[in-house]
Design a protein around this ligand. Structure first.
Ligand code: BGC
Length: 386
């Protein structure tokens, strides 16, 4: 990285750290970041990257997919806080789940002199062109949580072990229904996330690595027969889309407490689980005897659903840890140190194997959620219990 500030002397760092709190593009404590609407920020043509003046803070562009889901607000806020505290000049943008908006925001970050980009892609296949500009300008790109496909521009990837997330969901269903010791049939439907999010190619196969053998031997049956990833995807991971599909599945096979049975719905995350839960409640299911619903993220709504008996589990991915890992990566890049990674063999983006730092997900249930989330300082009692 020839343009990265290589020598960060302690005294300079101190000045930068003090300055960065005012330089940061958006401070979540004072004013929440404004979500950009499609078309609000157009690409800036003919913008030259300003030269990096020695002594200036390194500019880091942070591109998050949306403010609609709780987790990305948390991720954005954590990154902003931690990067600012380390003296970086942060440009944080949320893209309203709209690909052209995200592309425009990244173009603007490049034009404004970002030297490192941290990007959680809306659609992993849609950033090839804009990242060609980053590549040309020797900007280091870190794919955040979601891998960015088909570009040589991605230097690092930081995420959780997403296959393991799926395995945890599959194992939970297997154990809750005691599948190895039962003849069944148990009835199950499947929901995963947005087809453009490369993570579903880990979550869903992870879950299926556990559940497919039971579908094959008839212990598990999908009433709709929809078990292929393309059939069970949920555009934009939206709760509304998941609810609509679940309502259709209910109608298709008369899945109601008094009608045909439904024992489980394997949902890849909490936002889809919430839509499915709503559809099942509307169809008459009560907490007692509710189908087993899986999730991921420990969203506040889903934890509340868990406490109320509507969602059986979630997977806790501590976004504070992910943000800390990424900030360590950014600092190492800026200071010319070795970047922390722990996987070089599993994440190929179609062009390269991307050096990756994987963090561990943890199963969250009624038994351990207090310890994980409240004792662990992730949420306050007031946030969970209202
Ligand atoms: C993330 C999940 C999240 C989903 C929807 C995935 O890429 O890994 O944590 O639930 O996106 O935002």
């Amino acid at each position: 990285m020839n343009k990265i500030l290589k020598v960060l002397l302690p005294a300079v760092m101190l000045i930068l750290m003090l300055g960065a709190f005012t330089a940061c593009a958006c401070d979540e404590d004072d004013a929440p970041p404004v979500q950009q609407q499609p078309g609000q920020q157009g690409p800036q043509d003919n913008v030259e990257t300003p030269p990096n003046v020695p002594g200036e803070a390194v500019r880091v562009g942070v591109s998050m997919p949306t403010m609609d889901l709780q987790r990305w607000n948390q991720d954005g806020a954590n990154l902003n806080r931690l990067l600012s505290a380390r003296g970086f000049d942060v440009d944080l943008q949320f893209a309203a789940n709209d690909v052209p908006t995200q592309v425009a925001q990244i173009e603007n970050m490049i034009g404004a002199g970002a030297e490192i980009l941290v990007i959680a892609a809306i659609d992993g296949d849609s950033l090839t062109e804009v990242l060609a500009q980053a590549y040309e300008r020797d900007i280091t790109v870190i794919a955040y949580d979601r891998l960015i496909m088909n570009t040589p521009a991605v230097s690092y990837y930081a995420t959780f072990d997403n296959f393991l997330v799926g395995v945890m969901q599959g194992e939970f269903v297997r154990d809750a229904l005691d599948l190895p010791n039962q003849d069944g049939p148990f009835y199950i439907e499947f929901f995963t996330g947005d087809p453009g999010d490369n993570n579903i190619n880990f979550f869903f196969p992870g879950a299926m690595s556990i559940l497919q053998p039971f579908l094959d031997d008839g212990t598990l049956v999908s009433p709709s027969g929809q078990t292929a990833i393309a059939q069970v995807a949920t555009i934009a991971w939206s709760s509304e889309n998941a609810q609509t599909r679940m309502e259709n599945l209910i109608a298709l096979n008369n899945l109601t407490p008094g009608g045909n049975p439904l024992h489980a719905v394997m949902c890849s995350n909490d936002s889809t689980a919430q839509g499915v839960t709503q559809a099942l409640r509307n169809a008459g299911w009560e907490a007692d005897g509710f189908p087993i619903i899986t999730g991921q993220d420990c969203d506040i709504i889903s934890v509340r659903n868990m406490i109320a008996g509507y969602q059986a589990m979630s997977v806790f991915k501590d976004t504070r840890v992910l943000a800390e890992n990424v900030v360590e990566m950014v600092a190492a890049i800026a200071e010319g140190r070795e970047v922390p990674i722990n996987n070089t063999t599993d994440y190929n983006n179609g062009v390269l194997y991307i050096p990756t730092y994987l963090s561990d997900p943890i199963v969250a249930t009624l038994d351990n959620y207090r310890e994980l989330l409240i004792d662990g300082g992730y949420y306050t009692e007031a946030e969970l219990y209202g």
